[in-house]
Design a protein around this ligand. Sequence first.
Ligand SMILES: [Cu+2]
Ligand SMILES: [Zn+2]
Length: 186
Amino acid sequence: MRRLACLSALMIAYMELAPTALAKEAVQLKNVKGESVGTAILYNNKRGLMVQLSLKNLPPGEHAVHIHQNALCEAEAEKPGEAFKSAGPHFNPESRKHGLNNPDGSHAGDLPNITVGPDGVANVQFYDPHATLFGRSNGLWENGGAAIVIHANRDDMTADPGGNAGDRIACGVVAKPEDYRSSGGH
Ligand SMILES: [Cu+2]
Ligand SMILES: [Zn+2]
């Protein structure tokens, strides 16, 4: 009887772990008017955080994309200069400087620039070796969530703290699932 109880406790633990082991998060990105500009699919892989962007309805050309610190995307329709400032600075748990080409960098939230085609579409994927979705070093869920932000301009990859990327034109919240409990694994 005792053994059975123990076994069922183990099974419950397994069932609680199993879904997160495969977890992906689909982040919905919106522009300042609240219109969809597509999605970012995030998941853990061996190298860190996998980021798959399926974007539309964006101005053609190069744009910076970052993971920002706060799980908040306030469009601030009344105050255009403040759009998505609620997302805070770049996700930077290791207190480094900005930029993938900065010798003192980079922020864990720094990502490569994307190129949006004349049709307003961009489909790209890359991984971020300095972050994970959850459960390992620099987990976004351990941070209480985060935000994916797209900027008006390209990132120069060196200027601290923001890479001269200009206005924040789209944002999507990476939400920590309410039932997620960090295993404390780092
Ligand atoms: Cu940014
Ligand atoms: Zn940065």
